[in-house]
Design a protein. Structure first.
Length: 530
């Protein structure tokens, strides 16, 4: 195949007119291609750019990437690789049930994985999807397998069993370890436990990827402190999931970590609102375990319901990102209970008024009737503008991650728009160069997570031909908070391993994707916490 007449990004960051010859899954030549096989397919790239396929460094599409609607949503943004197992939860190692750890509302059910380890999970993607899928070992799932969902420190035997699962997952090709320290059961893991697991990650040369403890926004110092301690104790390289905070504060905390000898990488998305499970936002940990038995028992009489209501109000009023207007700040995203299905897309305040009840009582009823599997979109008190966010996205530690959730009928628009929005608002808007976009949307993640010869075109002879053809004047996100499932525009041709998977904006039906196994970069470091 020859991608003819387009431009690639030159070493100086400017577009350079060049053809790209692709064969046997790799880039064979970049420049003026005159010598090609007679039967080679020629794609006219016109005034478009040929860029490396984008890597979504924080995705929740690992179980849903077999769905054509999800494939189309990702490919139309130029995403050719996703990294899953995020926030400490994933199908493996275990029986494949994300519901067991309370994340069915975020990850959805995997259609073919029926249990086993990371190797078995990665094998489900080989030749079955148009996209590549890498995964982290999810620490919450590991803890659930060994200890269940209750609180308390691990015994020596339990810690050894968890370390063995992490070690095996890394041997199987996982790119690192992920934690979700605001979620049950991950929030029950103390720093010593995390450091012990991270010692395995450091020895394998992987990354520690953390949804930090203690919340984000103005509270990020607590989470950064813990990551610094763990990294200094073990030597593990650390990455912060979905870093969102006032930009000046975020940059200051990144500088503080660097000055402490722990340069952090991080992913972030170009939206101010977040999205998570409603139970984490509202319920104390003791009531947020998977299933509704604990919550149902707690609210079975008026006195118990009053106590839970008080606990919910205490939690939301204490959050700097919610406060007294909390019910107007939370929009119901995915509500599986049929009787509440029509409330999706409405704020808790609006939904409560429409149903003649109180926001707390409505939230409790929705959670009970949906087996806690409810997601919510959260507004922040003051949304950050594109100009404010741009310095964060130019930071050398940044890589793009959508945190995209595809479950339900009213998801956060980041799932359908993150990468196109970067190109539209930040590159076309003059806030990032095309070279910076290529680095932050593709190269950085491919190199950091050891995803093989990906992330470059101009110097990519011999690299895997994961390529996207971008119309630089037309690329744009179309998903909004009101219409979150609109597809991006401006990317109509995508190759994975040299095979067209998107042509003229439509799926080709080809499935050259694979479960990506981390390249080996072993190191060694003992554990110290002092």
């Amino acid at each position: 195949m020859v991608l003819r007449g387009g431009s690639v990004i030159g070493a100086d960051g400017e577009p350079v007119r060049a053809d790209v010859l692709v064969g046997q899954g790799t880039i064979l030549a970049v420049g003026r291609v005159t010598d090609r096989p007679a039967d080679a397919l020629v794609v006219d790239c016109g005034e478009r750019l040929v860029l490396p396929g984008f890597v979504d460094a924080h995705s929740h599409a690992g179980s849903l990437v077999f769905d054509e609607d999800v494939q189309l949503a990702l490919l139309r943004q130029g995403v050719t690789t996703i990294i899953t197992g995020q926030d400490g939860v994933g199908p493996a190692p275990g029986d494949g049930s994300s519901a067991a750890t309370g994340f069915a509302a975020i990850d959805g059910p995997h259609p073919t994985f029926r249990g086993g380890g990371i190797a078995a999970l990665l094998a489900t993607y080989d030749g079955t999807t148009p996209l590549n899928v890498a995964t982290l070992v999810p620490a919450g799932t590991v803890r659930h397998e060994v200890m269940g969902d209750g609180p308390g420190p691990a015994t020596v035997e339990q810690l050894a069993a968890m370390r063995a699962l992490v070690r095996q997952g890394l041997d199987d090709g996982a790119v690192g370890l992920a934690t979700g320290l605001d979620y049950v059961p991950g929030l029950h893991a103390d720093t010593a436990e995390l450091a012990a697991l991270c010692a395995e990650v450091a020895a394998a040369g992987g990354w520690y990827v953390s949804h930090m403890r203690g919340g984000y926004e103005t509270n990020i110092a607590e989470g950064i402190d813990e990551i610094i301690r763990i990294s200094r104790a073990t030597g593990v390289r650390a990455h912060v999931s979905h870093l969102h905070a006032p930009v000046d504060l975020a940059l200051a905390e990144l500088d503080r970590a660097r000055d402490a000898g722990v340069p952090l990488s991080f992913d972030a998305y170009p939206y101010s609102r977040g999205c998570t499970v409603l139970s984490m936002l509202l319920l104390p940990a003791a009531l947020a375990r998977p299933g509704t038995r604990d919550l149902a028992r707690a609210v079975q009489d008026d006195e118990g319901r009053a106590r839970v209501r008080g606990a919910v109000l205490d939690r939301v009023l204490a959050r700097a990102d919610l406060g007294t207007g909390w019910a107007d700040q939370i929009t119901l995203s995915h509500v599986p209970a049929p009787e509440f299905h029509a409330l999706q897309g409405r704020t808790l305040a609006d939904a409560a008024a429409a149903t003649g009840t109180d926001p707390v009582d409505l939230a409790l009823d929705v959670l009970l009737d949906s087996d806690l599997q409810v997601t919510a979109i959260m507004r922040v008190p003051r949304p950050r503008t594109a100009d404010e966010l741009a310095p964060l996205f130019r930071h050398p530690g940044h890589t793009a991650g959508s945190d995209g959730i595809f479950v339900g009928t009213h998801p956060h628009p980041r799932a359908f728009g993150t990468f196109a929005r970067y190109l539209e608002e930040y590159v076309r808007g003059g806030r990032l160069s095309w070279l910076e976009a290529q680095e932050h949307l593709a190269t950085n993640a491919a190199e950091r997570f050891a995803l093989g010869a990906r992330g470059t075109v101009l110097d990519g002879r011999g690299a895997v031909a994961d390529l996207v053809v971008v119309d630089p004047e037309a690329v744009a996100a179309r998903s909004t908070y009101r219409a979150p499932m609109r597809l991006a525009v401006g990317i109509d041709d995508v190759l994975v391993a040299g095979v067209p998977v998107l042509r003229d904006g439509a799926l080709t039906g080809a499935t050259p994707g694979t479960g990506l196994r981390r390249e080996r970069r072993p190191t060694s470091r003992s554990v110290r916490l002092d």
